[in-house]
Design a protein around this ligand. Structure first.
Ligand SMILES: O=C(CO)[C@H](O)[C@H](O)COP(=O)(O)O
Length: 322
């Protein structure tokens, strides 16, 4: 008869078992190849699938951020958007059934709602939980002071609400997003959500503020974001349009001031500049380390990340002791 510890781990790592309530959600997630042996002890490591460098870096960042910021005491958790966040959900799932049974998860959009539901985690919304323990989200670029550009997936309105509502807001990203000045690697512009009928007026406002028009050599310029497999503009989860507005480095050096100026334009719903909000940013590196930049300016380097989160066995022993 397998031990309860074994059953817990099996459920935690399963992608398809009918019996497991919590499932891995990342499309890149492959169940561990190492067979699980029934035992009274939870294994301390499992084989994780080998991923391309950038994906591996995202996974490292996500796993480290969850390990450091999502504890057993955290019950209301915000889940961001993008391609890094599925690894956040995988790591939370790997904390086990006990850790997750009394938690509620709030999404920043359609994608993260699906992630939460598919993982078998409890879905809530920010109108039920105005105070969130911790929100973890991706970013398109992060500067020296942990200001970030977000909205590459057009989710910046809900992302900012869940960031502001959180006691702790943490960024997870791969090494390509780690910058000194915003606009260095993310050159397509600041994503700005606007009410549809005002978009042309806001485009004119932004142009007067110094956002350049696209030039024929393919350089990105001020534009309404268009759908890829759809005729017409991208429509956000809130029914709005997205403008991408690049600005010259002299304006990007002071993102807080730029944010306030753009936000004051009538018709703008939210701006994809997140200033002075992050507690820490986790960047997975190509060499398998994680660089952690904290709000206080400190920089830490994590050299190894366990394949199984330590909290999984803590959660179980807490239940056994109770
Ligand atoms: O802001 C976002 C969506 O609106 C994403 O968090 C951002 O685009 C980062 O995504 P990825 O993890 O795929 O790099």
């Amino acid at each position: 008869m397998p031990s309860p510890a074994f059953e817990l781990l099996k459920a935690k790592l399963s992608t398809s078992s009918e019996n497991s309530e919590i499932k891995a959600t990342n499309p890149n997630f492959i169940p561990p190849t190492q067979p699980l042996t029934p035992s009274n002890q939870l294994p301390t490591s499992v084989a994780l699938p080998v991923l391309p460098a950038v994906e591996a870096a995202k996974r490292l960042a996500a796993f480290s951020a969850v390990d450091r910021h999502v504890g057993l005491e955290h019950k209301v958790i915000g889940i961001g958007s993008g391609s890094t966040v599925p690894y956040v959900v995988d790591r939370i799932v790997a904390q086990g059934l006990q850790a997750n049974k009394d938690r509620v998860f709030l999404p920043t959009g359609f994608q993260s709602k699906e992630l939460i539901i598919k993982a078998g985690l409890t879905l809530g919304d920010v109108d039920q939980y105005a105070r969130i323990d911790v929100t973890i989200d991706g970013a398109d670029e992060v500067d020296n002071e942990l200001n970030s550009i977000k909205g590459g997936g057009a989710c910046q309105l809900r992302e900012k609400v869940l960031a502001e509502a959180a006691d702790t807001w943490v960024i997870v990203a791969d090494y390509r997003k780690n910058s000194h000045v915003l606009g260095t690697s993310w050159t397509q512009g600041i994503p700005i959500e606007v009410v549809p009928f005002a978009y042309a007026k806001v485009l004119t406002n932004l142009s007067h503020m110094g956002s350049p028009n696209a030039v024929p050599n393919g350089k990105a310029g001020l534009s309404l974001r268009m759908g890829k497999m759809k005729a017409g503009p991208v429509v956000s989860d809130n029914g709005n349009f997205i403008i991408d507005a690049p600005f010259p480095p002299e304006l990007m050096k002071n993102p807080a001031e730029l944010l306030h100026r753009i936000k004051m334009l009538t018709g703008v719903v939210e701006v994809g500049l997140f200033c002075d909000m992050a507690e820490a940013a986790y960047f997975g590196n190509e060499d398998g380390t994680v660089t952690v930049r904290a709000k206080d300016g400190s920089v830490d380097q994590i050299s190894s990340v366990p394949t199984v989160p330590e909290i999984a066995s803590k959660a179980e022993s807490a239940t056994v002791d109770a």
